[in-house]
Design a binder for this molecule. Structure first.
Ligand code: GDP
Length: 532
C-alpha cells in the first residue's frame, strides 16, 4: 500500500478521537489483574473471566506472561491490550505491580493518556499506589479512582473520600455512590441519573453480571434505609460541589470515583463508560523543543519499553512504540531519530499477552510492538517525513549496586551481549569505571528485585551464569568531570560512567555524602532521585 504522507488522511483525527489509552495503577493485591480481566470480559474480548489470570488455580495468562511473573505472582513486564468498546478503542497498558519496577512503570505512564487508580476499600491508599500517583501527578495525567472490593468489609465511603482528598490533593467527584455499607453491597446510586444499579451476584464472577437499573422510587421501596442514606450522602457531596467537571478533571484537580467489586464484575461497565465519556483521547504530544506534534502530522512515535525473550520459541526483541501522530502502516520505512537511519517496520505486532496478531495499521494512542527492532532503545523516537524527537525518558537514581561477572570467563562474549541487551531494555542501569575496567561492570537498580530479573535473564536468555557482589553504596549523585576527579580520591566514594554517559558518584551512606558536600561545597552533586 502506498500512501502519500503529505496528503492529510481524514481517518487520523477520527481514529485518534476514538482512542482511550490508559494504565491501572495500584498496590499489589488491590485487584488489578481481576479488574483487567473484568474489563476484557465486558468488552467481550474474551468469553469468560479467568483466561487472563496467571494466579492460583486459574489457567493461562494474557497480561502476565513471563515464567518469573507466574512464579512470583507479580507482573514484571508490561503488556498492552487493545479492545473495542462501543465505538471506542481502548488501549490498556499494563504496569508492573511491584515497587522495585517503578522505573518500568514510569515509562509506561509516559505512554498513556490517563490512569485508573485502583484502591482496595479496606486498605485505602497504600504506599505503591501513592508512589505511582505521584508519577501521574508529575506527568499531569488525569486520574480516575476506582474503589474495589466493595463486596467486602472496608472503610466508609466518606472516610475514603477524605483520605483521597487529603493524600492526593485531588477533589473526589464520585460518579456513583454505594448503597449498603462495604461488605453488604446492595448496588450503587448513579449520581447523574439518580437511578439505582442493583448488584446481582453471578457464579464466581465468571460471566458478565446483568446490571439491573431501577428508578429512585423503586430503589427506596427495595432498599429502604440503605437507599435513603446513600441519597443523603450524595446530597452532601452535591453541597460540597463534589460533582464531575471535565475541565477540572483533565486539569488534574479532581478525580471521578467509582465503587466496584471487580471479582464480581460489578461496576466494571461503569468504568468503561467513564473512560469512553471522560478520559482524554489521543492528542498532540509535546516534542523535545516544547512544540506540540499534532495527531494529524505524519507518523511518529516513541519507544517506551524494549523487551526480548518474551517468546522462548522465537528469540526476539520487541520495541513497544506508542503512536503519537499519523497513521502507522506495517512495512512503512520510518526514521530512527537518534541515528537518522531508516528503519523498516516489517514485523509489527499487537500483543494480547501471549497471543500476537500482526498489526497492519495503527493510529495515535495505539501501542505497536516492533519485532526484531534491535536498534531501538527505550526513549527513542521514530517518525515518517517530518522530523520529530520526543523528550527522553528519564532514568531513576539507582539505590542498589552490584558488581557482576561471568562464572565462566570463557563465556565473556555471551556475558557482554547479555548485559548490553538488558541495559538496552532498561532492565537495569550499567556503569563502568576505569578503576574496575571495561570487563567489570557494576549494575545499579532502583529495587533489588531487578537483580533477580537480570540473573534469570542472563541464565535463560544468554546462557551466561553470573556472580554478583553487593557493593556498599546507598546513594548516587550525578556529577561532572572536574568533581569526579576530586571524588575519585575520596574514601567511601566511587565514580562511574553510566552507559548513557552520565557520571555517577556512589556514596556509602547519605551521611557520608552530606559530610563530603559540606567539606567541599563546590563539588557538583546533583540529586536525580525523582527522574525529573
Ligand atoms: P493484583 O495483585 O492487583 O493484580 O490483584 P489480583 O487481581 O490478583 O487480586 C488480589 C486478590 O483480591 C485476589 O484473590 C482476588 O480474587 C481478590 N479480589 C480482586 N477484586 C476483588 C473484589 O472486588 N472483591 C473481593 N472480595 N476480592 C477481590
Amino acid at each position: 500500500m502506498t500512501t502519500d504522507a503529505s496528503v492529510p488522511n481524514p481517518q487520523v483525527p477520527r481514529e485518534a478521537r476514538r482512542r482511550r489509552t490508559f494504565a491501572v495503577i495500584s498496590h499489589p493485591d488491590a485487584g488489578k489483574s481481576t479488574l483487567t480481566e473484568a474489563l476484557l470480559l465486558h468488552a467481550r474480548a474474551i468469553t469468560s473471566a479467568g483466561a487472563t489470570h496467571g494466579k492460583a488455580g486459574r489457567s493461562g495468562t494474557v497480561s502476565d506472561w513471563m515464567e518469573m511473573e507466574k512464579a512470583r505472582g507479580i507482573s514484571v513486564t508490561s503488556a498492552a491490550i487493545q479492545f473495542e468498546y462501543h465505538d471506542a478503542v481502548i488501549n490498556l497498558v499494563d504496569t508492573p505491580g511491584h515497587a522495585d519496577f517503578s522505573e518500568d512503570t514510569f515509562r509506561v505512564l509516559s505512554a498513556v493518556d490517563a490512569a485508573v487508580m485502583l484502591v482496595d476499600a479496606a486498605k485505602g491508599l497504600e504506599p505503591q499506589t501513592m508512589k505511582l500517583f505521584a508519577v501521574c501527578k508529575q506527568r499531569g495525567l488525569p486520574v480516575i479512582t476506582v474503589i474495589n472490593k466493595w463486596d467486602r468489609p472496608g472503610d466508609t465511603p466518606l472516610a475514603l473520600m477524605d483520605e483521597i482528598q487529603t493524600r492526593t490533593g485531588l477533589l473526589p467527584t464520585p460518579l456513583n455512590w454505594p448503597v449498603g455499607e462495604a461488605g453488604d453491597l446492595r448496588g450503587v446510586l448513579d449520581r447523574r441519573s439518580g437511578d439505582f444499579l442493583r448488584y446481582t451476584r453471578t457464579a464466581g464472577g465468571a460471566t458478565v453480571a446483568e446490571s439491573v437499573r431501577l428508578d429512585a422510587a423503586d430503589a427506596a421501596k427495595e432498599e429502604g434505609p440503605a437507599w435513603a442514606s446513600a441519597v443523603e450522602e450524595s446530597d452532601l457531596l452535591d453541597a460540597e460541589s463534589q460533582n464531575h467537571d471535565s475541565e477540572l478533571f483533565l486539569d488534574g484537580q479532581t478525580t471521578p470515583v467509582l465503587f466496584c467489586a471487580a471479582v464480581a464484575n460489578f461496576g466494571v461497565q461503569q468504568l468503561l463508560d467513564t473512560l469512553v465519556e471522560f478520559a482524554p483521547p489521543a492528542e498532540a504530544r509535546i516534542d523535545i523543543d516544547g512544540n506540540p506534534r499534532k495527531v494529524t502530522s505524519p507518523f511518529s512515535g516513541f519507544v517506551f519499553k524494549v523487551q526480548s525473550g518474551m517468546n522462548s520459541a522465537h528469540r526476539d526483541h520487541v520495541a513497544f512504540v506508542r503512536v503519537c501522530s499519523g497513521e502507522f502502516r506495517r512495512g512503512m520505512i520510518v526514521t530512527h531519530a537518534a541515528t537518522g537511519r531508516p528503519f523498516a517496520t516489517k514485523y509489527a505486532q499487537q500483543l494480547f499477552g501471549k497471543e500476537r496478531t500482526v498489526t497492519d495499521q495503527a493510529w495515535p494512542g495505539d501501542i505497536v510492538g516492533l519485532v526484531n527492532a534491535s536498534a531501538l532503545r527505550v526513549g527513542d523516537s521514530i517518525f515518517e517525513d517530518e522530523r520529530v524527537e520526543f523528550p527522553p525518558l528519564p532514568l531513576f537514581s539507582p539505590e542498589h549496586f552490584r558488581a557482576i561477572r561471568p562464572v565462566d570467563s570463557s563465556k565473556h562474549k555471551q556475558f557482554r551481549r547479555g548485559i548490553d541487551q538488558l541495559d538496552h531494555e532498561g532492565v537495569i542501569q550499567v556503569m563502568r569505571s576505569e578503576v574496575r575496567g571495561e570487563q567489570a561492570p557494576v549494575l545499579g537498580a532502583v529495587g533489588p528485585m531487578q537483580f533477580e530479573v537480570v540473573e534469570d535473564r542472563m541464565v535463560h536468555d544468554f546462557h551466561a551464569d553470573i556472580r554478583m557482589e553487593a557493593l556498599p553504596y546507598q546513594v548516587a549523585r550525578k556529577t561532572d568531570k572536574e568533581s569526579a576527579l576530586v571524588l575519585a580520591g575520596t574514601r567511601q566514594v566511587e565514580v562511574f560512567t553510566r552507559s548513557d554517559g552520565t557520571l555517577l558518584a556512589l556514596f556509602s551512606t547519605p551521611w557520608r555524602l552530606q559530610a563530603i558536600a559540606k567539606e567541599n561545597p563546590k563539588l557538583v552533586l546533583i540529586d536525580i532521585a525523582n527522574a525529573t
